[in-house]
Write a new protein. Structure first.
Length: 441
C-alpha cells in the first residue's frame, strides 16, 4: 500500500543487494532493490547460471532514479545487456522496478500491463528419464497424472553418446562431449565453465554448423524409435515439445525434423543459433515439424527478423534475457501480429516465475510457461506465499506487485551458493562506478 510520506515524484532507488542460491535448478542470483520509502523493496533476479556482476555494475547508474519510471530506468541501462546471460543485470533491475511500482500503487503487475486475458497460467516442466523411450514415456505419463496438460522432453545427440555408430565427428570431439556429460556436469545438470579448458570450451561455444558433428542414419533411426516409444506410451493427444537437439548443422536438423513429423510435436526447440534467420527459413521450408526459439534473444528488435521471417511457430523468450517484463510483453504482442504463439522459458527461482506469470496473463497469444524446478522440493517455498502449481496451472496473483509478500530468508540462507556465503551483503563498492555511457557523439 502506498505510504503517504513519499509522493510519487520523490520515490528514489537507494540500494541494490544480492543473494546467490544453488540448485534451483542452477545457481540463481536473487535481487533486492531498495527505495527511500521505508519497507518498499522490489524483488528481481539475474538469469540462471549468470553473474551478479551484470547487475552490480549498474548500481551507480540507477541510484537516485525513480523506480516508478520503469521505462526510463530500463532505457538508461538497456545498453548494458546482451544475448543470453549478458542481459541478466538489466532484466533483474527492470523486474524489481515493476514490483516496486505495483506495490506503490497497490495493484498487481498484470494490471499495469493493461489487464489480463486469463486468471490462471498453464505450465509445463522438462522431464528427465534414464533408459529408453518407453521409460521416458512412463515419466511423461507421471507428469500427466500430476495434472500437467503440456509436456516437454530432451531429444538429441546427448542420448546418442553411448550408441556406437550413431554420431560422426572429428576424432576427439565426442570424447570431449562425453566428458562434459558425465564428468563436468554438476548434480543440478549445469556445466561449470571453469572446469572446461581449451578445445572442450571452444567446442561448447561453437555455432552448430561449425562443429563437424553429424547424426548418422543409425542415430536418426534411434532417435525416431525413442520418440515413437514415448508417444506409444504417453499417447498422441497431449502436446509434446522437444529440446536440446545438440550442436548439429542445418542439414541434420532437416533430416531429423522430417523423421519426427509423424509424432505430432508441439515444437522443436533451438535447433539452430537464433541469429541465423536464413537457416531457420530453410529449415521451416524443409519440414512441417513446428519450430521454436528465443530464450537467448535480447530485446524485441533482435526478435523481429525471426518473427518476420515466418519460420517460427513458437517464440520462447526468457524474461531474464529478453529485457524483462515490459520487453517480453512487447515481444509477445509483436509475435501475435505475425501469427506466432508465445511460450515462456523459465529456469530460475519463483521470483522470475511469478514475473513470467504476470506477462503470460497479460499476453493474448500465450500458451504455456516452463517451470524447471518442479522436482526440487524446496523451490516453491523460496517466496511467501509459496509458488503453488495446481493441476498444471498457476493462479495469477491479485496482490500488489509480483504478488510476493516476503522472501523466505531462512531457506535462502540455507541454500546459499558456496561462492557467496552471505545474503544481502553491502554493495557499497559499486556506488561510484562511472563511465561515459553515451552511445553517440
Amino acid at each position: 500500500m502506498k505510504n503517504s510520506k513519499i509522493s510519487p515524484a520523490d520515490l528514489k532507488i537507494t540500494d541494490i543487494r544480492f543473494a546467490d542460491i544453488d540448485g534451483a535448478p542452477k545457481r540463481c542470483t536473487l535481487v533486492k532493490l531498495y527505495t527511500n520509502q521505508e519497507g518498499l523493496v522490489g524483488y528481481g533476479e539475474v538469469r540462471d547460471a549468470s553473474s551478479r556482476t551484470y547487475a552490480a555494475m549498474l548500481k551507480s547508474r540507477i541510484l537516485g532514479e525513480n523506480p516508478l519510471n520503469v521505462e526510463k530506468v530500463f532505457r538508461r541501462i538497456r545498453q548494458f545487456g546482451g544475448d543470453s546471460r549478458q542481459a541478466g543485470g538489466v532484466c533483474a533491475i527492470e523486474l524489481a522496478c515493476w514490483d516496486i511500482a505495483g506495490k506503490f500503487w497497490g495493484v498487481p503487475v498484470w494490471q499495469l500491463l493493461g489487464g489480463r486475458f486469463r486468471d490462471r497460467v498453464r505450465v509445463y516442466c522438462d522431464t528427465d528419464s534414464e533408459g529408453g523411450g518407453r521409460d521416458m514415456g512412463e515419466a511423461l505419463k507421471a507428469r500427466v497424472a500430476q495434472g500437467y496438460t503440456f509436456l516437454k522432453m530432451d531429444l538429441g545427440i546427448e542420448l546418442l553418446m553411448d550408441v556406437p555408430g550413431a554420431l560422426s565427428a572429428p576424432t576427439g570431439y565426442l570424447e570431449y562431449m562425453r566428458a562434459m556429460k558425465h564428468v563436468i556436469s554438476t548434480p543440478h545438470g549445469s556445466i561449470d565453465p571453469r572446469a572446461m579448458r581449451g578445445e572442450a570450451y571452444d567446442l561448447f561455444n561453437t555455432e552448430h554448423h561449425f562443429t563437424g558433428i553429424h547424426i548418422t542414419e543409425k542415430g536418426l533411426d534411434w532417435l525416431e524409435g525413442y520418440l515413437r516409444e514415448c508417444r506409444e506410451t504417453v499417447g498422441y493427444e497431449i502436446p509434446l515439445a522437444i529440446d536440446h537437439l545438440g550442436h548439429i548443422p542445418l542439414e541434420d536438423c532437416i533430416r531429423l525434423g522430417r523423421r519426427l513429423e509423424k509424432y505430432n510435436l508441439a515444437w522443436m526447440e533451438d535447433a539452430l543459433p537464433w541469429q541465423q534467420t536464413e537457416m531457420w527459413k530453410q529449415l521451416h521450408a524443409a519440414t512441417v515439424t513446428p519450430l521454436g526459439t528465443g530464450e537467448d534473444i535480447y530485446l524485441l528488435d533482435n526478435f523481429k527478423p525471426l518473427l518476420d521471417s515466418g519460420a517460427l511457430a513458437v517464440v520462447h523468450p526468457d524474461l531474464l534475457t529478453a529485457g524483462g517484463i515490459g520487453e517480453t510483453k512487447r515481444v509477445g504482442d509483436y509475435a501475435e501480429k505475425r501469427g506466432v504463439q508465445m511460450n515462456i522459458h523459465m529456469a530460475e527461482s519463483p521470483i522470475a516465475a511469478l514475473a513470467a506469470v504476470h506477462v503470460a496473463a497479460a499476453t493474448r497469444n500465450f500458451m504455456a510457461l516452463e517451470i524447471h524446478s518442479v522436482d526440487v522440493p524446496w523451490w516453491k517455498d523460496l517466496v511467501v506465499p509459496a509458488f503453488d502449481i495446481q493441476d498444471g496451472f498457476v493462479k495469477v496473483p491479485d496482490t500488489p506487485g509480483l504478488g510476493i509478500e516476503a522472501l523466505n530468508e531462512d531457506l535462502i540462507r540455507e541454500k546459499l551458493h558456496p561462492d557467496f556465503p552471505e545474503a544481502w551483503a553491502s554493495t557499497e563498492a559499486w556506488d561510484k562506478e562511472w563511465a561515459n555511457d553515451r552511445r553517440w557523439s
